[in-house]
Design a protein. Structure first.
Length: 336
């Protein structure tokens, strides 16, 4: 299963890391820190190179279910203080160096040296992900296709999906994992272009987790998945979660009303517009919302998420208090 592969590679990369290391991994083109090595540091260049190769293998595994996973040129970056106090870095290619140069990654001439000031002046070309694909060749089926998701939204979807897949694998929920893939492929066949496949994957996860797992099992999977994502503690987890969702493009805008002047309250109402995922069969896919609430809180999901259709978007009622059996964590019925 894909989840098993992802979990094994992620564990290997984690084992290579060190809290005190001075090496990290970045994308040479975009500057992104690629999952699953984001936030990790490595003690030696050799360990970082091994982690870079494993990171590329991890992302190749993700492409088994979504060919739109962005390709990153993963490089090793060493950070140290320069003589003038300016942060500087030494980067080299993670694998076998420049294919056209005839040099190996270990060749000193294949090392790029630059300062933070120099890097700030670079101008990078626009990424392929999120670029307008042009006219839809099958406009009769999809006359008004949704715009291509941004690179931030694509990255959010892949990070969330990978974490949930790993949590499903760790929890021995193989049947649900297979059902997610089947539903994803069914969703993908409905589209005349591939731009939104990452969103279809999260939708498939949201609905199949509800069908295949009890509410308490859903909560456990979400908590495990959140623990596999970068830590984001926040005094107000609701505000932190929706700020992240808005920044990634999962929601267009949001406005919270806790009904109290002393947040965080145990019951919060959040109005959202332009939700990126598509409701189906009268249910609203709440998975990314609940996952972010886990990540920005104490790693435990909210007790309930309720959804009402309102003019201009949706009203989400979020109950953060512990107690009764959880509900609406992966998808919630839409109340008119």
């Amino acid at each position: 299963m894909i989840g098993t592969t992802l979990a094994a590679i992620s564990d290997h990369i984690e084992a290579l890391s060190s809290e005190t290391g001075e090496y990290s991994l970045v994308c040479a083109r975009y500057g992104d820190r690629p999952v699953p090595a984001a936030g990790l540091r490595f003690e030696s260049r050799a360990a970082a190179r091994a982690a870079a190769r494993a990171t590329e293998q991890y992302r190749d595994a993700l492409r088994r279910y979504d060919p739109q996973v962005p390709y990153y040129d993963v490089i090793v970056r060493q950070e140290y203080a320069g003589d003038e106090g300016v942060d500087r870095g030494v980067c080299d290619r993670s694998a076998d160096g420049d294919a056209g140069s005839g040099r190996s990654a270990g060749d000193a001439h294949d090392v790029l040296r630059f300062s933070a000031t120099e890097a700030a002046d670079w101008s990078l070309s626009d990424p392929a992900v999120g670029r307008d694909p042009g006219p839809n060749p099958d406009s009769s089926r999809d006359p008004e296709p949704n715009p291509a998701p941004s690179r931030d939204l694509v990255g959010f979807c892949h990070d969330a999906a990978a974490a949930v897949f790993e949590a499903l694998s760790a929890g021995d929920h193989d049947a649900v994992e297979s059902a997610v893939m089947d539903a994803y492929f069914a969703f993908a066949e409905e589209r005349s272009d591939p731009d939104g496949l990452c969103l279809r994957l999260l939708e498939a996860m949201a609905f199949e987790l509800r069908r295949g797992l009890e509410p308490t099992e859903q909560a456990a999977v979400l908590a495990d998945a959140a623990s596999r994502l970068p830590v984001a503690p926040d005094a107000d987890p609701v505000a932190g979660a929706f700020e992240r969702l808005a920044g990634a493009g999962v929601v267009g805008s949001y406005a919270a009303d806790s009904g109290s002047d002393e947040p965080p309250a145990e019951s919060v109402v959040v109005h959202v517009s332009d939700y990126a995922l598509t409701p189906r069969d009268g249910r609203f896919p709440t998975l990314p919302v609940a996952l972010e609430l886990c990540r920005h809180g104490d790693r435990s999901p909210p007790r309930a998420v309720r959804v009402d259709a309102v003019e201009g978007g949706w009203r989400l009622g979020i109950d953060t208090a512990s107690g009764d059996e959880p509900s609406g964590l992966t998808s919630a019925p839409i109340r008119e």
